[in-house]
Design a protein around this ligand. Structure first.
Ligand code: GUN
Length: 291
């Protein structure tokens, strides 16, 4: 079997078209969604992600503000920036790009973001609401992964989903979302003794290890849906995932490439959350106009 390759770029473009229409319709009602992105320091990967986020906003018609600060900024100065953004009426979403310099506590910064503007879905209240299935901003990468699996036409309910990785940004939340979709979920991580034994049971395999080419065809059950969240740069400069794509595509039913798989969906879900936030924050106006 040769897998269908999930085209993240094309999928993102389809969803962005839908979002653009939503943003236009909000504008006609006097509402312009706004996103503030805070970038501290000059990490090249963060620079590139942030560029993609600002560009995505332009494409869809979301107002964006990029706040760049030197890595020497103090924690208190950064918290003050977040507090000010919490108060700004034209800002619906706040994203502080991670990782932050070591002298700044990421959790202190995340805890300061107003829950109703937490379009990353990182605040403890949002994470808790997601866990219990209440209304919440879903974290962007896990949300994108679920959207991708669904748009392949794969039924998640009743399937065995195996997630490799337990980070707060990807592994844990994607496992919870798969559970909410009624999959049976196994979470594997660096201390799992026999990884292949677990992964070979997966109908849906989500790989978020962060090391190049760990998962090969011996790890994959024939016909599985394989989602590769890894983005690793080889010494040659080439970007590769955590999965040996050329091997695994001969076994899987669907597979995401790197680049061009999960990445474009992540930014798209951030744009979706920002529009959602604008709608929620303006619901009195929107409902008033409807009535
Ligand atoms: N760094 C890597 N991924 C993310 C993300 O989704 N949000 C933020 N804020 N930082 C990140």
């Amino acid at each position: 079997m040769t897998a269908h390759i999930i085209d993240g770029k094309a999928l993102a473009a389809t969803i962005r078209k839908e979002l653009k229409q939503e943003a236009e319709s909000l504008k006609q009602q006097g509402i312009e969604p706004g996103l503030a992105v805070v970038l501290v320091g000059e990490d090249p990967a963060s620079e590139s992600y942030v560029k993609g986020k600002v560009k995505g906003c332009e494409e869809v018609g979301i107002y964006s503000e990029l706040i760049r600060k030197d890595a020497s900024i103090t924690q208190e100065e950064l918290l003050q920036i977040v507090r000010e953004l919490n108060q700004k009426p034209n800002i619906d979403g706040i994203l502080v790009q991670l990782p932050l310099p070591k002298h700044i506590s990421e959790s202190a910064v995340i805890d300061t973001i107003a829950v109703e503007k937490d379009v990353d879905g990182f605040t403890p209240v949002n994470v808790g609401n997601m866990l219990i299935g209440e209304d919440a901003f879903l974290p962007c990468t896990p949300h994108g992964i679920i959207e991708m699996i669904k748009r392949t036409g794969t039924q998640i309910e009743g399937k065995h989903a195996v997630v490799i990785g337990r980070s707060n940004i990807v592994g844990k939340p994607v496992a919870m979302l798969l559970l909410q979709e009624n999959a049976t979920v196994t979470i594997c991580h660096s201390r799992t003794p026999d990884l292949a034994e677990m992964t070979r049971q997966a109908d849906i395999l989500v790989v978020a290890i962060g090391k190049p080419h760990v998962i090969n065809k011996e790890h994959v059950k024939p016909g599985a849906v394989v989602i590769d969240v890894g983005v690793n740069r080889l010494p040659t400069g080439k970007l590769v995932g955590d999965v040996v794509f050329d091997e695994v595509k001969e076994v899987a039913s669907y597979i995401t490439p790197v680049p061009g798989g999960v990445g474009p969906l992540t930014i798209t879900m951030l744009l979706a959350n920002t529009i959602e936030s604008a709608k929620k924050r303006n619901s009195p106006i929107l409902n008033g106009m409807k009535g």
